[in-house]
Design a protein around this ligand. Structure first.
Ligand SMILES: [Zn+2]
Length: 70
């Protein structure tokens, strides 16, 4: 049973790691989409608190990288 949390930066759902105790967790989660760090508090699989810890950098566009190398 996976749980997801909405990222406050990119507004996409990011999966909470399965080994994390969603019944009682107070810690950080990294958004898989934008790499932002979120401070979250989970109680009984519900989000009690959620705030931005650090804004991540968007993934570089592969096309742009190729252009830079050429
Ligand atoms: Zn995000």
């Amino acid at each position: 049973m996976g749980m997801e949390i909405e990222c406050l930066i990119c507004l996409k759902e990011t999966a909470i790691p399965k080994n994390l105790n969603t019944g009682n967790y107070d810690g950080q989660i990294t958004c898989r989409e934008c790499g932002s760090l979120l401070q979250v508090k989970l109680v009984r699989s519900k989000v009690e608190q959620r705030r931005i810890e650090r804004v991540g950098h968007p993934r570089p566009d592969p096309g742009m990288l190729l252009g830079a190398l050429a």
